[in-house]
Each structure stands twice: as C-alpha cells, then as structure tokens.
Design a protein around this ligand. Structure first.
Ligand SMILES: [Cu+2]
Length: 153
C-alpha cells in the first residue's frame, strides 16, 4: 500500500509540475503575443512613413513638369529658374529661329557643361538635368546678350 501511495503522490507531483510548466509556457506565449503586437504597430508606423516618403517623392516629380524654360526669340522665361538638383528641365524654343542653349561663359561654356544643350530648332523642346548645386548662367550662343539663370538647390 505504501508503494501505491508513493506512486500516487509522485503522479500528483508530476501533474502539478507539469501544470506549472504549462502555465509558465502559456504566460510566455502570452508575453510573446503581446510582444508581437508592439512590432506590428511599429510596422504600421513604418508603412505610414513609407507612404509619406512616396508622397514627398511624387511631389518633386510633379514639380519637375513645371521646370520649364521658354525662349521667345528675344529672352528666356523665367529669367531665373529655381530647381532641385537632378530635376529634369525642359527648354522650349517658341521662336521661329534656331536657339543655341549653352552654359556661361561665352564662348567657352565651361561653367556648368550640363547646360550645354546646344542647338534647339524652332518649335522644338529639349530636356536636360542639372546635377550640381549652384547658380548657373546660360545664354543663347547665337546671341550671347540673351541670358538666363538656373538655380539648382
Ligand atoms: Cu556662347
């Protein structure tokens, strides 16, 4: 009989230990669940940040379409154009004559060679980029008194 009692006590002890381990495991699982909730909140915040980043990336692209210079035969408009570094800039020749769009200084055109777009026929548009920050003068090489400025920030 005493052996049977010991066996029963041993089983009870094992069950209690097992139950304790189960509870401990359960509370760990709960902890890890609540631990998972916090990162998922963070990833939601990250997604929102990504969306904002994409929006702010889209905005300069939309503004890039407005980075245009027009030439009417006597002057450039606007006379000074401010852009973000790397933005595409369109130069449209609205005159009835050819335009030679070149960087200052005339005649070497070495201030900012990215502005050396060259000949733009009447009615034509060319696109270029300025990848160096600064204030860059340009002119019509065929009539160097016709000047303009691009400010890249
Ligand atoms: Cu020139």
């Amino acid at each position: 009989m005493s052996n049977s009692v010991k066996t029963i006590l041993a089983i009870v002890v094992l069950v209690l230990i097992g139950g304790g381990l189960f509870l401990a495991a359960s509370s760990k699982t709960n902890n890890s669940n609540s631990g998972n909730k916090a990162p998922s909140t963070h990833s939601t915040t990250t997604d929102a940040t990504k969306t904002q980043t994409q929006k702010s990336t889209t905005t300069p692209n939309a503004a890039a379409a407005a980075d245009t210079i027009t030439y009417d035969g006597s002057s450039f408009s606007p006379s000074s154009l401010t852009v973000k570094v790397g933005d595409a800039i369109e130069i449209t020749n609205q005159s009835s004559a050819s335009l030679a769009f070149n960087s200052d200084q005339h005649p070497t055109h070495t201030d900012e060679p990215e502005l050396n777009v060259g000949t733009i026929d009447a009615g034509q548009t060319k696109t270029f980029n300025v990848t160096k920050a600064g204030s860059w003068g340009y002119h019509n090489h065929l009539n160097p008194s016709q000047k303009g400025m691009i400010v890249a920030q």
